[in-house]
Design a protein around this ligand. Sequence first.
Ligand SMILES: *Cc1c(COP(=O)(O)O)cnc(C)c1O
Length: 376
Amino acid sequence: MQFRDLKTQYSVLKDEMDKAILDVVASSAYVMGPKTKEMETAFADYVGVKHCVACNSGTDALLLALKVWDVKPGDAVFVPSFTFFASAEVIAMQGATPVFVDVDKDTFNMDTDDLERKIEQTIKAGRLTPRVIIAVDLFGLPANFKAIRKLAEKYGLYVLEDGAQGFGGRIGDRKACTFGDISTTSFFPAKPVGCYGDGGAVFTDNDEWAALLDSYHIHGKGSDRYDNVRIGMNSRLDSIQAAILLVKLKAFADYELVDVNKVAARYTEKLKDVVKTPVVPEGFYSSWAQYTLQVENKEVRAGLQAALKDLDIPTAIYYPIPMHRQTAFSYINLDENQCPESDRLAHTVISLPIHPYLFEEDQDRICEAISQYLKK
Ligand SMILES: *Cc1c(COP(=O)(O)O)cnc(C)c1O
């Protein structure tokens, strides 16, 4: 059994995928070119924003957004402590200071009460200028953007939606990657929509920022690629990856997103009386980048993981170390106990295999094994 079965997905899409890839090979337009433009338009249309700028990774996408807003040393950027390292790493890459915010025990997303507390503390301390809130759509579920936007307006901050795991999620009719002033996603293979290598994208409705993103991702180009008007990056999306993403987006929109939601619903139905299953608030829709349970403590988790491994059922721990405890951030003088919920989750979460191609029989076997172990 696979944690995320990309082989089966390829075998389903094979004919269309092979043709798409070979067409790019034959075209000899390997970097950028018409396929990348076509992909950007398709992804912008799918989420419902004016501009999509494709780049080399989800990490670069976040970094590009911070460059557009000129985030720099002396700036504070608020980011959840319970997330993938890249969400916070980009802040430090710009020389700014990450301020870690705790998360909600049910949704795994930014706790907006703690967000306001951390903004107030930062203002009071007077050392840093609050600039940006990076809200992560963790495990596929959009963050609480209504409350986040309110705080952003109150304190005059930008909202950057890290939709690396959130692509395809919704709040009401509105899709993920439209909730930030700028939003980003990742096309790393294991994400809800992945390519066959690294890739990412930035989304915005703002024309001026879109023009800056376009410049920053190609060496700060001006009117011409050899007229460089700012210090930028080399962060382009290969045409082959763009062609792959066009095939993937179609499958995702046609059936994969619906199917993965069926898998999640079946897990919840079978496990909700046995263990704490993920919570999707009313009006929210997840793209299920992960399906994550919470067990009692670290010992129970280790036992459960080992028992499942014996049955050839893969699981994963996202994430074992919260950001406020990462060695790389030890240079920031941090209160150890500033994000207790993130600490608790780091010890109690366990993610199950989830993807649109998971067989019901496999799922039932997983649920049976979990029930057996936890009832012991
Ligand atoms: C994967 C991920 C990223 C980084 O994406 P890459 O394409 O791997 O650079 C950023 N934020 C979150 C929340 C992620 O899960």
